[in-house]
Design a protein around this ligand. Structure first.
Ligand code: FE2
Length: 376
């Protein structure tokens, strides 16, 4: 593993040409938006926020927006055949289409990105309704994923123009998920550096960490990863590519079933991982399990921690330490029909890294799942 210091000047330079306030929303193209939204409410503790569809005059697609603290997810399905959304779902299955970035000036962000080599998805457009106006523009990134720049400083509505409040009698308790910590992309073998360069050149991100196959390998599989971050550190995008191994790696399996590059996992932060994971489990979310022997050597590896290790062991929560502190993390099994996207639940206690000390135990757990699917 290598980490890279970012100087104050570099942070400032990145902040100047591409200031990003944070993740605005994540939009998934799914085969049944209504049922997907119900799953995220019931199992993960999101609340109904907004809706667009036939009742709002939208005859093309139906979108349900859910929210939990700072996290907004949009689930979109087409209302007829032969659409771009339908083709996306046919090829990829359910998956992330849009990683939207909250900016103060969407036209500026788009112009800067385009002048630095981005490929346009759509040009800046201003949408209005009685609650104000929103400017959005979008560029392509890896695979069929796009980044939408969202400028909402003149908007007081519930989500975006064209959406109405989604009032539902059915709401569930939060599971304590607070914000998107990082989102990981899987790209084809040999393409990682191309996308690292894209985030550097087009969006002014800096590489903060890299892992090679010596860090991330088991007996069978290997991958390489570089972590890209924007100036204020609010956006972190690790990019993975498969490295040659004895058998098919988890990234290879993803690329095969997603039919190309795409978002592999979304890490969501909590302030109390024991409480969050206990709640998620009780609602039916399934997690990868590491052997109990993982906990035998835990204190030796990470030193003293605030949490009760037997509680962590019972839930299968992993711990890692870096020079700044420690972190707790756990990974769900994949959450749709295809073995593609999954979630990470993470609680940071000072640490700014990604749990390198857990990679081996984790990958072995992943491979046990792959073995069951016959895709190793
Ligand atoms: Fe992660």
């Amino acid at each position: 593993m290598k980490s890279f210091a970012i100087s104050e000047e570099e942070k400032k330079a990145s902040e100047e040409f591409m200031p990003i306030n944070g993740t605005d929303y994540v939009e998934f193209y799914v085969s049944n938006s209504k049922q997907a939204a119900h799953f995220y409410k019931t199992a993960m503790g999101f609340r109904s926020l907004a809706y667009s569809g036939l009742e709002t005059g939208n005859r093309e697609f139906e979108s349900y927006v859910v929210i939990q603290d700072k996290i907004r997810f949009v689930f979109t399905s087409p209302l007829k055949g032969g659409t771009e959304i339908g083709r996306h779902i046919d090829r990829h299955g359910d998956g992330v289409k849009v990683v939207a970035l909250w900016v103060d000036d969407a036209r500026h962000a788009y112009d800067q990105a385009m002048s630095r080599g981005a490929k346009s998805f759509f040009e800046p457009m201003e949408e209005k309704d009685k609650d104000g106006s929103v400017v959005r523009a979008a560029i392509h990134t890896y695979g069929d994923v796009v980044h939408v720049f969202v400028e909402r400083k003149d908007y007081n509505g519930v989500f975006l123009p064209g959406y109405r409040q989604w009032n539902s009698d059915y709401q569930t308790e939060s599971t304590g998920l607070k914000y998107v910590d990082h989102m990981v992309g899987n790209v084809e073998e040999g393409h990682m550096n191309q996308w690292v360069n894209f985030y550097e050149e087009v969006l002014g991100f800096k590489q903060i960490l890299s892992f090679d196959d010596k860090d991330i390998s088991t007996e069978y599989t290997a991958l390489m990863s570089k972590v890209m971050s924007n100036g204020n550190g609010k956006i972190k995008f690790p990019i993975n590519e498969p490295a040659p191994g004895l058998k098919k790696s988890q990234v290879d399996e993803y690329l095969e079933f997603y039919d190309g590059a795409g978002v592999q996992h979304i890490a969501v932060a909590t302030d109390d991982i024991i409480k969050t994971v206990t709640e998620l489990k009780s609602r039916g979310i399934e997690f990868l399990q590491v052997p109990q022997t993982y906990y035998d050597a835990l204190t030796e590896r990470v030193g003293e921690i605030d949490e009760d290790i037997s509680a962590l062991a019972k839930l299968g929560i992993l711990v890692d330490r870096d020079e700044d502190g420690y972190l707790l993390q756990i990974f769900t099994k994949t959450v749709q029909a295809r073995p593609t996207m999954f979630f990470e639940i993470i609680q940071r206690k000072g640490a700014n890294s990604f749990g390198k000390g857990n990679f081996k135990a984790l990958f072995e757990a992943l491979e046990r799942e792959q073995e069951l699917r016959g895709t190793l």
